[in-house]
Each structure stands twice: as C-alpha cells, then as structure tokens.
Design a protein. Structure first.
Length: 256
C-alpha cells in the first residue's frame, strides 16, 4: 500500500486497522477519563460520556471525541476497492470472511469501476452479500452485467493469525484499557484524524459533511454521512485502495 502524497508516513501494517496515530494531528488527548466497565469500543471510534461521566460508545447524539485506544476483543480492518468478477448468479468470494454488518444489510458497498456509481444491496435489487462467508452474488433482477468486474468496499474481522503479527499491545492483548485501570485517552479537540471506523457502505468525497453513526442505524461509534447523528466535521482525505483510512477534519467535541 502507498499513502497519498499530501500526508505521507511510515506504514507499520499491511492492514488498515483503527486509528493511524502516526499521521493524525491533535493537541489534546487527555488520559484521565474512566471507561464504563461494560463498554466496548475500538480505537478511532467516536465515544461519549454517560450520566456517570464514564466513557461509552457514542450513540450519535453527543460525540465527545475519538478513542485513542481499544477496549474490545475483536478488531476490524478496512478494504477499499477490492475487485471481483460476478458471473451469473454464482457467489464470488472476497479476500476475507466475517465482514462487519450493521444489521442484516448495509455493511458493504459494491460499485461500478467505470462510473463509481453504487449498486443496491438486497433481494430484488442488484446483489446480496453473505457477511459470514464473505461472498457477493448477483440478483436475478440485477443491473450488474453478467461477468462484470466490480469494486467492493467493506470491513472484516481481523483473524487470530493476523493478530499474531499486529493489533495487540505490549502485553499481547487487544484491550488497551482494562490493563490501565480502566483509563482511556480521548482526542476531543479540533484535529485531523485518520480512522477506519467509518461506514463502509457510504461514498465519500473531499469536503463532505460527516455525522456520527446513530443507534437506529446500528452504526454507533462510526463516522458516516447523511444520517441523523450529530455533526462531526468534514472529509479531507477519501479512502482509497492504497490508503483505506478516512481523513476527518474533526470539529472538536462535544459538538451538540
């Protein structure tokens, strides 16, 4: 993978996971906040304060900032623009299985490589996705041509084998928070954030308005666009196949 010439940095991983702290620019990231014991969230996700002033995953209403570290037992990596060929009504394998899905659908984006226009997921539409197996299949009513090569954006759960080489902290755990007596550092000033914790089903463009993923869409903690969640900031870098991180010009929290 390569970075855009605007924001180059040394890449320590072949996978895009969480938040890229080497490129993100921020000045305030206090580690004084206490995480709610039952809360789970991943580095680069939006979080908020609960009524006890403890950190929990953001519900889309009052984003407080970005989590700098993980409090989770699983990690997800982003893939942008993977190319597959869809033949007849036969399922085609993506490079990875166990995909992230917000509900029953809506966790992948399949698009035309020439126009960039997104196809529609669901029965009677263009395609169906099997999130467990990591496959895409044309629907009988599809506008995707038989034998067409399409692009696919998605996130997948990082495997145990991959985690032997990355994604763990010094103590060989994913969870960075519990070993620090429940303390978590939050980035909550104006900042430039490189994160993979965004809705992969959306199409992003520079200067697009970004919102916090809402509970109703089961996208809590994620960056998205056009939703009912609170304003977060603007896009300054679009995810690409070479660099799957979304660049967010964060307005600073709380934003509402």
């Amino acid at each position: 993978m390569t970075f855009s010439p605007q924001m180059e940095a040394f890449r320590v991983s072949s996978r895009a996971i969480g938040i890229d702290l080497m490129r993100s620019q921020y000045t305030r990231n206090l580690g004084i906040y206490v995480s709610a014991p039952a809360a789970t969230f991943r580095a680069g996700m939006l979080v908020q304060l609960d009524s006890s002033q403890q950190i929990v995953i953001n519900d889309g209403v009052h984003p407080f900032g970005f989590s700098k570290y993980n409090k989770a037992n699983t990690l997800y990596a982003s893939v942008v623009g993977e190319q597959i060929t869809l033949n007849a009504l036969v399922a085609t394998n993506l490079a990875h299985a166990t995909l992230w899905v917000p509900g029953s659908v809506g966790g992948v984006r399949v698009f035309n490589l020439t126009t960039g226009v997104s196809y529609t997921e669901g029965g009677g539409s263009d395609y169906a996705a099997n999130y467990t197996n990591g496959t895409i299949v044309r629907d009988g009513a599809s506008t995707i041509a038989d034998g067409e090569t399409v692009g696919v954006d998605y996130q997948y759960q990082v495997t145990e084998a991959e985690l032997q080489f990355e994604g763990r902290n010094f103590w060989n755990f994913l969870n960075d928070v519990d070993i620090q007596n429940g303390k978590i550092a939050i980035i909550n000033d104006w900042s430039l954030i490189f994160t993979t914790q965004y809705d992969p089903a959306q199409t992003y463009a520079v200067n697009d308005t970004l919102t916090a993923g809402a509970v109703g869409d089961t996208k809590q903690g994620l960056i998205t666009k056009g939703g009912a969640g609170a304003y977060v900031g603007k896009v300054f870098q679009v995810p690409t196949a070479d660099d799957p991180f979304l660049g967010v010009q964060y307005a600073g929290g709380p934003t509402s």
